[in-house]
Design a protein around this ligand. Structure first.
Ligand SMILES: [Fe+2]
Length: 311
């Protein structure tokens, strides 16, 4: 039995030497300023109910931590007892409490409970489509304006790890994660795992986390992915970022595993961030699937992955 069953990923934290440059990029990427708390950390939110989903602290550029959300203080107590850590006040808007854990590769994992939900913000209105005989906007012209995408929420985090067996044992035993896709190398080794939260009959994102084990590669952050309003919103957001000269990484295309339409960018400090829409939702009854590496890195349409992304 796992110690807890996490509800979802809550937020991701980075370091950057210039918070204003990061703020400008994140606004252009489609995030909004979160409630200020005066502690010097740049916090940004989506239009959803999480009080913030992206944090940046002043310092060297780099990934700092992922925060997961559990349902109760009892979950924190169980995690604290298992790992010999203390429950402490959570930082940032919404308050709550947290425990701070460290995974086998040294990744900092903050687990929060009791953080208040925020009032949702207005997002770009989903656009109706005329598709063949299914005409959902007869008599209505489609007019899109140049603007940042509307980021709704954080979807998933991808981490490179050095020992998949140790990683999976640690994360699954603490957080009750389910395997959506296990990606096997030609020699049978597990090269990656797309894993989702166990929320029973409630369908959840195909993957909240992805772990990739690349022989010889150190443990490194790969990307964080943010859901946008719909396909038009993703395309408008792509044009907006391109016009401002930001570094495009990969896309636009549709993944195979998870099925989402994707568009990857680099923030000004080199962290890879993804816009996505129309991903798969699975409840806990969907069994694990086994896939190969070409399927993981392939796409249903769109350009091939660049070498930097694959490495
Ligand atoms: Fe992704």
């Amino acid at each position: 039995m796992p110690i807890t069953r996490v509800l979802n990923v809550e937020s991701v934290r980075f370091g950057a030497p210039d918070l204003e440059t990061m703020r400008t990029f994140l606004l252009d990427f489609g995030l909004r300023e979160a409630e200020a708390t005066g502690d010097g950390i740049l916090r940004m939110r989506g239009t959803g109910v999480a009080p913030y989903i992206h944090e940046t602290e002043q310092g060297d550029a780099g990934f700092r931590c992922v925060t997961l959300r559990v349902g109760s203080r009892a979950d924190l107590e169980a995690l604290a007892a298992a790992d010999g850590v203390e429950i402490e006040p959570a930082t940032g808007p919404g308050g709550g409490e947290q425990v701070v854990l460290t995974d086998p590769d040294g990744y900092r994992v903050e687990v929060v409970a009791g953080k208040l939900r925020a009032a949702p913000l207005a997002a770009a209105a989903p656009q109706a489509w005329n598709v063949g005989e299914q005409r959902d906007r007869e008599g209505v012209a489609k007019r899109l304006v140049s603007a940042p995408a509307s980021v709704l929420r954080l979807g998933h985090i991808v981490l490179a790890v050095t020992n998949m067996a140790a990683t999976w044992a640690w994360w699954q035993s603490r957080f009750g994660l389910l395997v959506s896709d296990e990606v096997q190398a030609p020699n049978g080794d597990v090269a990656a795992m797309f894993v989702r939260c166990d929320c029973g009959a409630e369908a959840v994102d195909h993957h909240a986390l992805n772990f990739a084990a690349i022989p010889g590669m150190p443990a490194t952050f790969h990307h964080a992915a943010f859901e946008v309003a719909d396909l038009d919103d993703l395309m408008v957001g792509n044009a907006f970022l391109a016009e401002r000269g930001y570094v495009h990484d990969w896309g636009i295309g549709r993944h195979i595993l998870g099925s989402q339409v994707f568009d990857y960018w680099k923030d000004p400090f080199g962290h890879r961030v993804e816009h996505w829409t129309d991903g798969d939702y699975f409840d806990a009854s969907v069994p694990p699937n086994v896939a190969d590496i070409p399927t993981m890195l392939g796409h249903q349409w769109g350009p091939a992955a660049p070498a930097d992304f694959v490495a």
